[in-house]
Design a protein around this ligand. Sequence first.
Ligand code: SAH
Length: 225
Amino acid sequence: MKRPSRDHDTYAMARERMVEEQLARRGIADPKVLMAMRFIPRHFFTEESFWGKAYGDHPLPIGQGQTISQPFMVALMTQALKVEENDRVLEIGTGSGYQAAILAKMAKKVFTIERHAVLAKRAREVFDRLNIHNIAIRIGDGTIGWSEFAPYSGIVVTAGSPDVPQPLLNQLSEDGGRLVIPVGERGFQRLKVITRTGDRWQTTEDVGCTFVPLVGKHGWAEGEK
Ligand code: SAH
């Protein structure tokens, strides 16, 4: 097998093409999202043997049976959050750390929760290597949220849930906080965008999608089919 290139300029070009062909051309219009995805080196968040595939139009395995989402899905979810530079954002499902790094480029502070300690540790190493210092990682069940730092302007769940976890609704800021979450069956979900105004939560539905399961108190039970 051909070794992937170690020349990082090669990946800058691949990244530029990814943004143009997979994102801009398919309707991702928020310039901040496009800027962040042009900036963050996605290949650093995968094993070196996958570097050659890191900018392709598909998810990639990251170990522990988990995946880093397809670039378009990362862009779509990020765009739906409408992140602003003073925002505090919470992510459930750190995985490789790629989505968190994109958010960290756009927000003031990112809080991210991962249930697999191995993945959390690896993500921390990549953040350090890329000099990203505004991300806090917690190992545990993200379906209960992270109440110490609530409320959040945005919460994004990057795993598929049977229902919307109530704690996450409660931890949204009252003045337009947004929750982006795939909800549905194990093998197929719809992306929901829920916006809070005071004690009202308004839901809109977006595209169909397939995420690995959200496993926890307010998600799927471990081993459940
Ligand atoms: N955002 C990630 C994609 C992660 S895949 C990225 O950019 O790479 C989904 C992740 O959610 C997996 O790593 C999985 O272990 C994690 N996960 C599933 N249920 C969880 C829960 N209840 N709390 C925290 N993490 C969870």
